[in-house]
Design a binder for this molecule. Sequence first.
Ligand SMILES: [Zn+2]
Ligand SMILES: [Zn+2]
Length: 544
Amino acid sequence: MECKECKQGFEFLEADKRFLRRMKLPAPTLCSDCRRERRLAFWPYGVLQKRKCDFSGEAIISTFPADTHFPVYKREHWFSDKWNPPQMEIDWNRPFFDQLYELQSKTPHFHQLGKNNLNCDYTDDVWECKDLYLCRSMGSCEDLLYSYRILNSKDCMDLTYCYDMEQSYECTYCFKGYHLKFALECRDCSDSWFLYNCRGCRHCFMCWNLRNKEYHILNKPYTKEEYEAKIRSLHLNSRHFLTNLKRHFENHLKNDAIHKSLFVLNSQNCEGNYISNCKNCKDAYFLENSEDSFHLFRSPATKTCWDCCGLYRGEICYEVCQSTDLTACHFANYSVDCSDSQYIDQCFNSHHLFGCVGLKRKKYCILNKPYSETDYHATVKKLVEHLKKTGEYGEFFPYRFAYNGFNATLGAFYYQETEESIRKKGGFFEEATNGGHSGMDANTLSDLSEGITDDLIGKPIQCSVTGRPYSFIQQELDFYRHHKLPLPALYPEERNRLRFGKLLPLHPHKAKCFKCQKEITSYYPEEWGYKKVACEECYLKEIY
Ligand SMILES: [Zn+2]
Ligand SMILES: [Zn+2]
């Protein structure tokens, strides 16, 4: 089969065929990678900015820019009974997606994803959290700043994809960490700096692949006294010094550290990366506790689902983005607790919907208009046949339905598109807001943590790399002082982008195990220059 988008040949797997036949869905016209990109274009990652609530006129903070093609209501108003979603009649002579787009454009969307939070205005996709600032995709966290995708963590700053962390800074893909700084892929570690792939280590500095060690520097043991004296002699309070250490750390990753070719744990018959406790899942990334599912990305606890990004708890679903608790839903975006529905956008606690937007507790609706149960089934049947003829059925929402410009979505992290190339796919870019280059040059910030003064609060600083302005808040200056850390010279999102970069590769290539020379699947791009990528057996032999 040839992908309509990238024109590359792609394999239509037996399992794909079986699933689609069972769901009475047509064959895909895009390859799985292009399908994933289209879904990720619906995953907002916009700048958290002030805009107006189109219901009450209140100022709200949202990742949606002021010029979205639909009205935006403050979450509380959206979920109230104070407004009714518009309804439309089916027009059999007009493309269905045009009608659905018209409905989507008329229907209010809520301003922020998440609930049960306290003092978390400048966040998105945050659940049961307290005192967060510029964070996204968080659950059960307290006192966190500038972090992305974190669970059960407290008093941390600059974390990306970490669970159960405390008092930590600049960590990526770490679990159960305490007092960790600049750590990557570590578990159960504490009081350490610059660690990679360590387990159960404490008081270690610039180490990799260690298991249950303490007082190590560059993987060599020291006495407690020697270690402490060494650490005291380092200028860890200097930005300049830390920048150099980051470079050393990168060099050790390239030349000395052994890298696990795949992160697949307790799983059977799975293909992909960052998979744990799964069974029979293929083309899967960041997947936990799922089974019999293909082409999934960050969709935990799913069963027999195909082509989903950000689906949490789903069964027999197809082409879903950012949704929770769906059963038998195809082509769903931002919906929760729905079943037996197709083409739904921001629908909640509903069933038997087709082409609906912004509905709560509804059933048997097409283009938001209610039908009797019998009429609904007959009309959907006729509509599906009609849409098969027009070639619309079977496709996810076209790019133009996305909430944000492609450059302000998760898609932009994974897929390099220009404004031109995304326009060809039917998508769009949004103007970079607060991009005015102004403020104090970050390079002129005090190099040492001792130089941090409160008069910096709220002052615009110009990022030393992107030129984008950012500013400091009290909570963060207190954090730097407490940890004796210097001020960062990079815009917060740029810091996240650099950390996140380690987890982005989705395209495997064939490589050789550095030890046994066996052929392996590696996700580390060749340009990273990692010299020691090991097969599972060699990794276990070398490290445990
Ligand atoms: Zn393609
Ligand atoms: Zn090997």
